[in-house]
Write a protein that binds this ligand. Structure first.
Ligand code: ARG
Length: 471
């Protein structure tokens, strides 16, 4: 929201502060700037208006204000919403925050009715409501973006059910897997992320309004009505907790940090795989940049930045936890500091997910390089051990036999599947001609055909289930 932002002559404006009745001297320009949140909380304006409309409707229904006042308030707030959307609204630092800016303008537009809006309400329960509305909408958008990214993952995975690559442990070649199977691991992570966000949303979606400053209000309000009007699932059960709680912001940030952590892992893999030493994939040019000095370079800037921005989002989580640590009840001005980390978390996450969904559609795979890499690492050694175990040799002994066989192949500088049957039989007489079906990358992959395994039909089944879950 790029609204017009005007610094006011504070000496003149201070005498007019909404809350200044009992003050003898104005705040300095520095204190005004230091305490104001309008520079960032104006982004809550839509939600602030939404909350005020519901509050006014409830006040009128309960007979706390007249219906004429309510209609004036509604008309004024609708006009203000238009002014803000059209960037005509003049935000004033002297008016401190989004709530007072809007209230002041409302009063200018509709007079005393505007001054009655704040009956049975405080900025403390107002701001908590605004943030919750903002976060609820953000969560919904984030979940839908995660799902777009998951769809892109499924499309790519489905093309690579049979594309063999080395699966790694310790970043050393471990066992053959399909590229599709590898991608589906990220689908699972993101699925948990959706679950976490949906769960977090329930606790975000509770109404603080009615708590007023901290103790509740003596007016005959109807909180359930306001909750219903705003689409909240319930009302916060304790007025002190309602104004002081920011758990929901912390929980959300934890979800966000974890999503970014997942994306940072994928990013790290993309970066490695783009290195010619791996050469597994190429990213579309639009996600990379060149070097101004080294003409051969194609740098994976986007995944690198995702990796970097993960630190930033995790930092915001720590900032919010630290903000709340040891804070006495109920509302404290400290809480104003919740917004910037929260907003930046939402923005960073949304941009990252958008970019990722697009980036996945532009991944070009080099199956030959993946295959060569799997062949170089004796990825089917476990399969040989399993083969021997199935012939009655205890697994630990089989492990030993295979270790020696690998050593032999290493000296010959070839893969296990390149050894002659007679050579394999040096290490165990149990080895027969059927061993070669097991020693190939495809044979190894195909044999892992239980739920969650890398066999193509299992990965296909996982993709099928995933599509059902998505729809
Ligand atoms: N700008 C404030 C915030 O973001 C609004 C609530 C202020 N309440 C108060 N009593 N000063 O937290």
């Amino acid at each position: 929201m790029t609204a017009i932002y005007r610094e006011q002559n504070s000496a003149v404006e201070n005498n007019k502060k909404t809350w200044s009745g009992r003050f003898n001297e104005p705040v300095s320009e520095l204190v005004e700037r230091y305490t104001a949140s309008i520079g960032f909380d104006q982004r809550l304006a839509e939600y602030d208006i939404q909350g005020s409309l519901a509050h006014a409707q409830m006040l009128a229904t309960q007979g706390i204000i007249s219906h004429a006042d309510r209609m004036a308030i509604e008309q004024g707030l609708n006009q203000i919403r238009e002014e803000i959307r059209n960037h005509q609204f003049v935000w004033q630092q002297a008016l401190e925050d989004v709530h007072l800016n809007i209230e002041k303008r409302l009063t200018a537009l509709v007079g005393d009715a505007g001054k009655r809006l704040h009956t049975a309400r405080s900025r403390n329960d107002q701001v908590a409501t605004d943030i919750r509305l903002f976060l609820r909408a953000s969560i919904d958008e984030i979940i839908s973006l995660i799902k777009s990214m998951q769809r892109a993952l499924l499309d790519l995975a489905e093309q690579h059910l049979h594309t063999v690559m080395p699966g790694f442990t310790h970043l050393q070649v471990a066992q053959p897997i399909s590229f599709g199977h590898h991608l589906m691991a990220y689908f699972e992570m993101l699925k948990r992320d959706v679950g976490r966000l949906s769960d977090c949303r329930k606790r975000v979606n509770q109404l603080p309004l009615g708590a007023a400053a901290l103790a509740g209000t003596s007016y005959p309000i109807n909180r359930e009505l306001v909750a219903e009007l705003l689409g909240f699932e319930g009302v916060c059960g304790n007025s002190l907790d309602a104004v002081s709680d920011r758990d929901f912001a912390i929980e959300f940030s934890a979800c966000a940090a974890l999503i970014m952590t997942h994306l940072s892992r994928m990013s790290e893999e993309f970066i490695l795989w783009m290195n010619p030493a791996f050469g597994f994939i190429q990213l579309a040019d639009r996600f990379c940049t060149g070097s101004s000095i080294m003409p051969q370079k194609k740098n994976p800037d986007v995944p690198e930045l995702v990796r970097g921005k993960t630190g930033r989002v995790t930092g915001h989580l720590v900032a919010l936890l630290t903000l709340m640590k040891a804070q006495p009840l109920a509302y404290n001005k400290d809480n104003q500091e919740d917004k910037e980390p929260l907003f930046d978390t939402v923005d960073t996450l949304i941009d990252t997910l958008r970019i990722y969904a697009d980036m996945l559609t532009g991944v070009r795979v080099n199956p030959e390089m993946m295959r060569q890499s799997a062949l170089r690492g004796y990825a089917t050694a476990t399969d040989l051990a399993d083969y021997l175990t199935k012939k009655g040799i205890p697994f630990r002994d089989a492990h030993e036999i295979v270790a020696k066989t690998v050593q032999f192949a290493e000296q010959k500088n070839c893969d296990l599947s390149d050894l002659e049957l007679s050579e394999l039989q040096i290490f165990s007489t149990h080895i027969e001609a059927d061993i070669f079906a097991v020693l190939t990358l495809e044979g190894s992959m195909q044999s892992r055909k239980h739920t969650g395994g890398t066999a193509p039909e299992q990965v296909q089944a996982a993709i099928h289930q995933a599509r059902q879950w998505l729809s």
